[in-house]
Write a protein that binds this ligand. Sequence first.
Ligand SMILES: [Zn+2]
Length: 246
Amino acid sequence: MNATVRTLLDLALPRECGGCGAVGTLWCPRCEDTVCSAVERVSPRLDPGVPCWALGPYSGARRSAVLELKERNRHDVAVPLGRALAHAVGQLRILGEIDPPELSRLVLVPAPTRARAARVRGGDHVERCVRATAAELGQEVVRIPSVLRMRRGVRDSVGLSASERQANVAGRIELALSRSATSAGRRHRGRTEVGDVAARVGIPRERTVLLVDDVLTTGATATESVSVLKNSGVRVDGVLVVAAVR
Ligand SMILES: [Zn+2]
């Protein structure tokens, strides 16, 4: 594309950085530096019982990027966020928090989002970020089983307190087992045996499993998700999010 055509396109469809709004680029180097800074250990009010890490606080470029992706259908923003999450995975390995790929393959489980919200957004934005993360990790095969889903009845959590958020998701996150996976499981007292659920949903044992989400607020969704996975025989190694609310 020559410069004139590009300029005309920019005039017709002005490009803005998904992190800071700078004109003329979809993502600027400064926002790239901001989101790819040192990964932080965070402690949400509701403790999922596994380590939680964030790319940083829910402010500035991280907050804008999440909102652009989530509320304004800027699907392109998933790419730099995925790159930053992949960078964080690399840091966690250097820090010895998670095993290197030679020892344990990586499984990234997208945190569940409300189905209705995902439909409005033209797809699940968390899953989109996770796919971009896997693409960035390139050389290694990363599994992305979308095994968690929210049942109907979960409200938008904006404005809810920690206890209200907890009540909002309690018992409303479940494994999204396919019909064949469910029928293959033995039933015991009306409940599916959980022994090999992990394998049936695509999470073999001896893998490093990270739950990935966009924003960690009170930890309600992470706690419920980790609990559902644990009850299904999946050992979760940690929670990794783009941003944590402080
Ligand atoms: Zn920017």
